[in-house]
Design a protein around this ligand. Sequence first.
Ligand SMILES: [Zn+2]
Length: 89
Amino acid sequence: MAKIHYNFPLPKCIGGLTIGRHILIGYSKKSARLPSIKRLIRHEEVHVAQFEECGWNYYWLYLKQWIACGFKYREIPFEQEAYAKEHEQ
Ligand SMILES: [Zn+2]
């Protein structure tokens, strides 16, 4: 089960970030009603599910994937899964 922390002071280029089961969102709880923020939360929830499947090893696997795809964020398999599933209800 994920815990969402709204109004988290993230850099402007990052809308959301997941650490373990904690989803850090740079927007207010009120904005979570917006379709784009709902999608962002669904994206981050996929990362929580990935974390739950892999445990803390997830971050090591994520790093290895990032290196393997030449540091292209959108080509990281964990990210591709999250982008694919963020549109699902
Ligand atoms: Zn992501």
